[in-house]
Design a protein around this ligand. Structure first.
Ligand code: 523
Length: 138
């Protein structure tokens, strides 16, 4: 069957960035879809075929926030998404640029208590305990 090898390759990953500077985590406010608009997330997006998760996440962060980054270790659990996709979080360091909401409605830096109180997208709540632990350790 033509294409079967390519298709079986693809558990599509959505990668999200935990960018922490000075004890604060960067959150970005979604504009879409309607049920998530206004809620806060770890920025990121779909990894394209042929990209490594690190390459794809760096590209997404350049597009969404205008920053250069280095993608580090995974943090937290795999979150299953519809259509066989999986959502994963990575610890990410900023190299260059100031995060700017190019595709979100806003960005903000939160402390642990502010994170706990934030209106996070439901999927990202799965990482709350680990994120709080990293913020406490900063
Ligand atoms: N999530 C999610 N949390 C989170 C991200 C980055 C994404 O729950 N921190 C979900 C939201 C969507 C799916 O993952 O169901 C794809 O994320 P999206 O829409 O941010 O990915 P993009 O930017 O690649 O999407 P397109 O606009 O479709 O290219």
């Amino acid at each position: 069957m033509h294409g079967a090898r390519v298709e079986t390759n693809a558990v599509r990953e959505v990668a999200a960035a935990a960018i922490i500077v000075g004890g604060r985590l960067l959150l970005a406010q979604r504009v879409a879809p309607p049920e998530l608009a206004g809620m806060w997330e770890l920025p990121g997006g779909k990894i394209e075929p042929g990209e490594s998760p690190a390459q794809g996440l760096r590209r997404e962060l350049r597009e969404e926030l205008g920053v250069d980054t280095v993608v580090g270790d995974r943090i937290g659990v795999d979150v299953p998404l519809p259509k066989g996709m999986v959502l994963r979080a990575y610890l990410v360091s900023l190299c260059d640029g100031t995060p700017t909401a190019l595709e979100h409605s806003a960005v903000r830096w939160v402390t642990g208590p502010e994170l706990a109180a934030a209106d996070l997208v439901p999927n990202d709540r799965a990482w709350l305990a680990e994120l709080m632990a990293v913020l406490r350790a900063e």
